[in-house]
Ligand binder design. Structure first.
Ligand SMILES: Cc1cc2nc3c(=O)[nH]c(=O)nc-3n(C[C@H](O)[C@H](O)[C@H](O)COP(=O)(O)O)c2cc1C
Length: 333
């Protein structure tokens, strides 16, 4: 069986290692290469953690407090705040609302669309057995916490992501979205969505052609998030249907600002000083109650599988802070 490596970033920059599993005692992250002197309060983590937390319609019934515990890598100040020391910093979260037994049936009757099959072949059946293990969306909780530190590192660059579409419906049409989520849940099915991310106040010059072009490293970061199916920058796929005269971004000043932003703020793999704009496609949740005929490896036959356990009807609802975190971690490197 293969070893499971779970580190993002090289030896010289910021390096992030995830550990734990969704229905194990904890999930967490260790950050190495953090600069000394970032001052933070534990409360600074809550806004982003709350945006990722379940509770809204269309999200899982699992409830977690998501309280971060910090160890190593910081000096404590009097009012509960802390300042990073430059040593590796570990942030751990306890899993309180766990039901690992829900995932037992998937060991040999893997969920279509999930990682049960690939994880079992590559790492053994135990790797994803406990609630999806490292393949669970719960692993994005420590990522979001790491992102809070990365956002501080990249200031004054700002990263803002929001969900713009659910199941093909613009999120601005709140009543249609609410009705679609209700209907899909009643059908035992799921929905995907599109998250748009905008990075503002980005200087000209981030990105290294060829292989570390800014689009390449951001795409790497985005596809690290479970369940991402696509990414487009600026005009994206629509650029292929435009003329050069329509897609070209004309310069309007000596700073390199442009009248339009079809390139999404990147030319030649290098940030051009305009906002970086990209969108990611989030797939519909794989674990659905609706039975699906799929191969049972123990029985050696096709059998219907209705995915038990608690799941998001539309996990795209919880993805925007994860996209922000991965973007900030990428830019921080
Ligand atoms: C925040 C978040 C929550 C998720 N919640 C669920 C869930 O409740 N049920 C599920 O089947 N997948 C969920 N996923 C997606 C799975 O983790 C993902 O589909 C799985 O790891 C397989 O990877 P792939 O879709 O990239 O192939 C979630 C992902 C994220 C980012």
């Amino acid at each position: 069986m293969s070893q499971l490596h779970n580190t993002f970033g090289g030896p010289d920059g910021l390096r992030v290692t995830l550990f734990g599993g969704s229905h194990e005692p904890t999930v967490g992250v260790t950050l190495e290469g953090l600069p000394a002197g970032i001052d933070l309060h534990p409360d600074d983590f809550e806004p982003d953690l709350a945006r990722r937390r379940s509770g809204a319609p269309g999200t899982t019934a699992r409830r977690e407090a998501d309280l971060p515990h910090f160890s190593g890598g910081f000096l404590e100040c009097k009012d509960g705040s802390f300042v990073t020391s430059g040593q590796p910093l570990t942030i751990t979260f306890e899993n309180q609302d766990i039901q690992p037994e829900d995932y037992e049936p998937f060991k040999f009757h893997p969920r279509p669309g999930h990682a049960d099959f690939t994880a079992a072949v590559k790492y053994g059946v135990e790797a994803a057995a406990s609630g999806g293990g490292i393949f669970s969306g719960r692993m994005t909780l420590p990522l979001v916490a790491a992102g809070v530190l990365a956002k501080r590192m990249i200031a004054p660059i700002r990263v803002d992501a929001c969900l713009v579409e659910i199941g093909g419906i613009p999120t601005s049409d709140e009543s249609a979205v609410a009705a679609a989520l209700k209907q899909v849940e009643a059908d035992g099915d799921s929905l995907g969505g599109i998250v748009e991310c905008v990075c503002s106040d980005v200087p000209v010059g981030l990105g290294e052609p060829f292989f570390d072009s800014l689009e390449s490293v951001l795409s790497h970061a985005m596809f690290s998030i479970p369940g991402i199916r696509g990414i487009e920058f600026g005009d994206g796929f629509a650029a292929a249907r435009k003329r050069g005269s329509e897609h070209n971004d004309r310069f309007t000043d000596a700073m390199g600002h442009t009248a339009t932003n079809g390139a999404g703020g990147i030319n030649g793999g290098i940030s051009n000083g305009n906002p970086i704009v990209f969108r990611v496609a989030v797939k519909p949740t794989a674990s659905i109650a609706q039975p699906q005929e799929t191969f049972d490896f123990a029985a050696g036959a096709m059998r219907p599988l209705s995915a038990g356990g608690r799941h998001d009807v539309c996990f795209a609802l919880r993805v925007p802070p994860v996209v922000e975190a991965m973007t900030a971690l990428c830019l921080a490197q």
